[in-house]
Design a protein around this ligand. Structure first.
Ligand SMILES: NC(=O)c1ccc[n+]([C@@H]2O[C@H](COP(=O)([O-])OP(=O)(O)OC[C@H]3O[C@@H](n4cnc5c(N)ncnc54)[C@H](O)[C@@H]3O)[C@@H](O)[C@H]2O)c1
Length: 258
């Protein structure tokens, strides 16, 4: 037994959408476990704030503004990571935007395209440049793509989000097949209802409260905390998960068991 397998010292990680919510909690946890973390977000102010929190806690972090829907910006994110910390070992591809909230026959195709770009095509772009970098180092690595319970259980009026999140699992499994032989693991985490700005926004839109929603969405009758999802991503990034690839790990308070 090696009790230090969860330790990420010496590893360099990217977390996208790390300004707030689960991305911020994940960046902080990876840094607390010893990783040097590139905190990336489309919002430079929140990315900088997360990086400052990490540094004030004694960790190593660098903030980079990136729109993950833009190929040139994703390529630049990986290049800046290498310029700052010298290499890349793991990435949590977390950035996404909220569900579309319209039935299919009323779909706004501009919204559909934007959701697919930010929630699915971005995962392909991130994997493309992250894996390219890890291969160029000749090292092992770990990619974690953030899906959703919507990756396996569709909900009405969310066609774009559901399609994108199903697609994230397809990309994850494809990546695991293509790179297992070269030491790169590719897994997904599927959060359930987690208390973040995204979920608070959905409550506001629908006029619901946690008490209304949580019993239907969790066996624990509460929303999950961003830190509870971060634990799963940190484990998948670490050498403790060395025999795990192509897996989709639900962190959803038992929602999918019903
Ligand atoms: N909160 C939930 O209940 C829930 C449930 C299932 C899955 N998820 C997934 O978990 C992940 C994190 O969700 P969250 O709830 O923390 O979200 P959030 O909305 O609270 O935070 C998302 C972050 O991503 C950033 N972002 C948005 N568009 C971006 C872009 N184009 N490029 C770069 N950054 C961008 C935002 O600025 C924000 O900082 C997402 O993939 C989401 O789909 C969330």
């Amino acid at each position: 037994m090696n009790p230090d397998l969860m330790n990420l010292s010496g590893k360099v990680a990217i977390v996208t959408g790390a300004g707030v919510g689960m991305g911020a909690a994940t960046a902080r946890l990876l840094a607390a476990r010893g990783a040097s973390v590139v905190v990336s977000d489309i919002n430079p102010d929140t990315a900088t704030a997360t990086a400052e929190l990490i540094r004030s806690a004694g960790g190593k972090a660098h903030a980079v503004r990136t729109d993950v829907a833009d190929e040139a910006q994703v390529e630049a994110l990986v290049a800046q990571t290498v310029a700052t910390f010298g290499r890349l070992d793991c990435a949590v591809n977390n950035a996404a935007i909220t569900p579309d909230n319209l039935p299919i026959h009323e779909a706004d195709m501009a919204v559909f395209d934007r959701v697919l770009n930010v929630d699915l095509r971005s995962v392909m772009l991130c994997m493309k440049y992250e894996i390219r970098q890890i291969l160029s180092q000749g090292s092992s690595g770990s990619i974690v793509n953030i899906g959703s319970v919507s990756s396996v259980r569709p909900q009405p009026n969310n066609a774009a989000y559901v399609a994108a999140k199903h697609g994230v699992i397809g990309l994850t499994k494809t990546g695991s097949l293509e790179y297992a032989g070269r030491g790169i693991r590719v897994n997904a985490v599927m959060p359930g209802a987690i208390d973040t700005p995204m979920l608070r926004g959905a409550l506001e839109t629908t006029g619901n409260t946690e008490a209304d929603f949580a019993p239907a969405l969790s066996l624990f009758n509460r929303f999950g905390k961003p830190e509870e999802v971060a634990e799963a991503s940190a484990w998948l990034c670490s050498d403790a998960a060395s025999y795990v690839t192509g897996h989709s790990l639900a962190v959803e308070g038992g929602y999918l068991t019903r």
